[in-house]
Design a protein around this ligand. Structure first.
Ligand SMILES: Cc1cc2nc3c(=O)[nH]c(=O)nc-3n(C[C@H](O)[C@H](O)[C@H](O)COP(=O)(O)OP(=O)(O)OC[C@H]3O[C@@H](n4cnc5c(N)ncnc54)[C@H](O)[C@@H]3O)c2cc1C
Length: 450
């Protein structure tokens, strides 16, 4: 790992002529770096954190995300620290009764060519980070905070701070991968900062040996209710359960709004239990266990007409941060990285490649985001209305998220992404059937509210 920059560092332009700068070493930034080096570029990643910190908690990795990780050759590493749930149990938060079961496991793997996994965000970031460290053409600079970027005829200059002072970095292009609060988005795309979604997550990691038996280890468990929803699954290679409860801003009396939770303060399980009301004990038992619950504001990126401006583009949450209800934020960032790599590999100059990337991605990513944010939806669960109802299925609204992004690299001669060729069809394209085919009226009402 390289130390931070020296004050007023000016990189040799001969070196800079094929260097792309990336602001942010999150999932999207690191994956983009790996794809860009495959397209023949040298990459410098500037990350504000002085060292890798396992921030965040669990991530569901759907097959579209896994296809990207497999394209990077990281499939096995990812599988070694993740678990593969056999299904999703969706329960009524108040009665505890199972509403429906969504099959995952082998069925999904067979259908979509990759498994549906769950992983800790920190573990995934570490795998990508170490893959970047192995690449001679990637330089990781930790403890470097990007303040601004200026485009000029020779490329891009970044102004950044480190403990050594303020300095410059030059490259032919810049990728803003600096997350929902992106400086690059705010400085270069003239938009205001992130938008509070009116909800926040309460997140905890609970040791596996503390968990009661009624929480199955081989499933993702969800509880739906009108005032909150919860998701529980195993991460860290099976050592911990990731528990996330999503609630509206007004959940805690006198709560002034999610922005004020930006400090990620913790709250006790007991306090949460008091506010949750009459939830079923299968879930409320978890609030008695020894765990720190972190309040996590759920912010979204503002809607942008363009993600690419000349030799600058955005990926991941910087471009399209969304609520977590579709479990797709990181997956969409990974798709960005793959499509960006393909565009840079086959379209010249860089400016056009960035434009091309945007064209391929913006519609899909915003469609996924809209679905996730629909009605401040506390769960990615659909209603029984529309085309699904005639099949008497409950369409799991989330299936629409998995339209093929065309990860068959590189672009074909016409500039189209080869979605058909790789046969990568939408995961969960098929509707998810109710266990007993018919939801009870009370559950249907709950689903509609969601
Ligand atoms: C409760 C919750 C549950 C979620 N569940 C899922 C899920 O199941 N599946 C899924 O796919 N997604 C999920 N997500 C979304 C997912 O976590 C994010 O979409 C994803 O981590 C974003 O990755 P990123 O690389 O774009 O941004 P980030 O992970 O935010 O990375 C940005 C990086 O940029 C750095 N940075 C920021 N500013 C600067 C600067 N000025 N200079 C230098 N560096 C900077 C940051 O330190 C950070 O390392 C969930 C999110 C939440 C909140």
């Amino acid at each position: 790992m390289e130390p931070g920059l020296e004050p007023n560092t000016q990189h040799d332009l001969n070196d800079g002529h094929r260097t792309i700068l990336i602001s942010g070493a999150g999932i999207a930034g690191l994956a983009s770096a790996l794809f860009l080096t495959r397209a023949g570029y040298r990459v410098e990643i500037l990350e504000q954190a002085p060292k890798l910190d396992p921030i965040g908690s669990g991530l569901q990795l759907s097959p579209n995300a896994m296809h990207v990780l497999a394209a990077l050759g990281l499939e096995r590493e990812v599988q070694s620290v993740s678990t593969a749930p056999t299904g999703i149990d969706i329960r009524n938060g108040f009665s505890g009764r199972t509403i429906t079961r969504v099959p995952l496991g082998e069925k999904i793997t067979k259908q979509y060519g990759q498994p549906y996994l769950v992983i800790h965000r920190g573990d995934l970031q570490k795998i990508l980070y170490e893959a970047c460290q192995r690449e001679p053409d990637i330089q990781l600079r930790m403890g470097v905070t990007v303040r601004d970027a200026v485009a000029h005829p020779n490329g891009i200059t970044i102004i950044a701070d480190s403990e050594n002072g303020t300095g410059n970095f030059r490259g032919v292009g810049l990728i803003g991968a600096d997350g929902v609060n992106s400086v690059i988005r705010n400085e270069c795309f003239e938009c205001k900062g992130p938008i509070a979604t009116g909800t926040f997550a309460l997140r905890a990691l609970i040791e596996k040996n503390q968990m009661p038996d009624n929480i199955p280890a081989d499933k993702i468990c969800m509880w739906l209710a009108t005032n909150a929803h919860a998701v529980v699954y195993l991460v860290r290679g099976g050592a911990f359960y990731n528990v996330v409860l999503t609630v509206p801003d007004g959940f805690f009396k006198g709560s002034p709004g999610s922005v004020l939770f930006a400090d990620r303060t913790t709250v006790s399980g007991r306090d949460i239990a008091k506010k949750l009301g009459k939830w079923h004990k299968d879930f409320t038992h978890l609030l008695d266990l020894d765990a720190a619950w972190t309040k996590w504001p759920l912010m979204a990126a503002p809607h942008l007409r363009n993600w690419s401006e000349g030799n600058i583009t955005l990926v991941g949450d910087a471009a399209h941060a969304m609520t977590p209800h579709a479990a797709q934020g990181a997956a969409q960032g990974l798709e960005d990285a793959a499509v960006l790599g393909a565009a840079v590999n086959s379209v010249q100059p860089l400016e056009l490649a960035f434009e091309h990337y945007q064209k391929q991605r913006i519609k899909r990513a915003y469609a996924v985001r809209s679905l996730s944010q629909k009605k401040q939806d506390p769960l990615p669960i659909a209603t029984t209305t529309g085309s699904h109802s005639k099949h008497r299925n409950v369409g799991y609204g989330w299936h629409k998220n998995f339209r093929p992004p065309g990860l068959d690299l590189p672009l074909d001669a016409t500039g189209q992404l080869g979605a058909k060729r790789n046969g990568f069809t939408a995961i969960l394209e098929s509707n998810i059937r109710l266990v007993k085919h018919k939801a009870r009226p009370s559950d249907r009402a709950l689903m509609r509210m969601c």
